[in-house]
Design a protein around this ligand. Structure first.
Ligand SMILES: NC(=O)c1ccc[n+]([C@@H]2O[C@H](COP(=O)([O-])OP(=O)(O)OC[C@H]3O[C@@H](n4cnc5c(N)ncnc54)[C@H](OP(=O)(O)O)[C@@H]3O)[C@@H](O)[C@H]2O)c1
Length: 253
């Protein structure tokens, strides 16, 4: 073997090593390869819980606040890290691929309208519409769901209902209960749902596609069952759907 061949072989081995290392690094950082800009509209508990977690996954986080210069919003941005920022809601939404609408249900439509053109963007809706009756039970205040209302207002956006069935502590830590937590997801666009399911799984939840957006009223109703039980002195629970390993028997009506 000549000296030149030995040098060529050595060079080839080094190249192979680098390629292998690059592939390994790429494979353990899948989320960074799909980094999105996520606008979290509103600066309450839900944005506070998810902002830092999205940033940890390598996504760019921009909070949408009516007063982005407020001290607590600045602190939130600081605590989020990863180059997070805060803007007025419409400015935050304009630069995002994914917009998460973390505002009270009573202003959801007004806020969504103020965000400008949402065409082509995924809009995650974690909102729980409810009114409290005289007997203390939470009731559903709308005939259609919040998610359908938002989808009707922004027909070219991809509205995905998700994350509304969990509580703030399981948003911060999906393992806090010591058992898996399920996120039921509905929406009309399969690719948008796949993206949101991927996001939910990367955050540590199980996520299940339970149909088009017309089923959002059922997913929103799940919150009422959980909240009525909890707030009227009953047990606290989170939803965990257990997958059947065998097919269910067919029922004949
Ligand atoms: N908290 C939970 O555990 C939980 C769990 C599941 C689902 N959810 C749902 O997630 C949504 C967000 O809940 P949250 O607890 O984070 O906070 P929230 O109390 O509903 O308020 C969130 C933020 O919305 C903005 N906002 C308030 N009033 C507004 C108005 N009139 N117009 C425009 N923006 C307004 C405020 O941000 P700026 O002042 O910065 O603009 C506020 O911090 C709710 O719809 C709730 O049903 C909450």
């Amino acid at each position: 073997m000549t000296a030149r061949t030995i040098a060529e072989d050595f060079l080839m081995s080094v190249c192979r090593c680098f390629t292998l290392i690059a592939l390994l690094v790429w494979s353990v950082l899948p989320n960074l390869s799909q980094a999105e800009t996520i606008a979290l509209i509103g600066t309450g508990d839900v944005s506070r819980a998810f902002g830092p977690r999205f940033a940890e996954l390598g996504h760019e986080v921009v909070y949408g606040s009516r007063t982005p210069e407020r001290d607590d919003v600045r602190e939130m941005v600081q605590a989020t890290g990863g180059g997070a920022s805060a803007e007025l809601p419409a400015d935050a939404a304009a630069q995002a691929d994914i917009v998460m609408l973390n505002v009270p249900w009573s202003v959801a439509e007004e806020v969504a309208l103020g965000l400008g053109d949402l065409s082509g963007k995924i809009v995650i809706d974690p909102i729980n519409p409810r009114v409290v009756g005289e007997d203390g039970y939470r009731d559903y205040p709308t005939y259609t769901s919040n998610a359908e209302r938002i989808q009707n207002l922004a027909p070219r956006a991809f509205v995905v209902k998700a994350f509304n069935t969990i509580s703030a502590d399981t948003m911060i830590d999906p393992d806090v209960l010591g058992h898996p937590v399920t996120i039921p997801v509905v929406g009309n666009d399969a690719a948008a749902k796949e993206t949101v399911i991927g996001l939910a799984e990367a955050l540590g939840y199980e996520a299940v596609d339970v149909g088009p957006v017309r089923y959002a009223h059922i997913v929103e109703g799940l919150y009422l069952l959980r909240s009525n039980t909890r707030d009227l002195g009953g047990d606290h629970f989170e939803y965990h759907f257990r997958r059947r390993e065998t097919a269910a028997p067919q029922t004949i009506q």
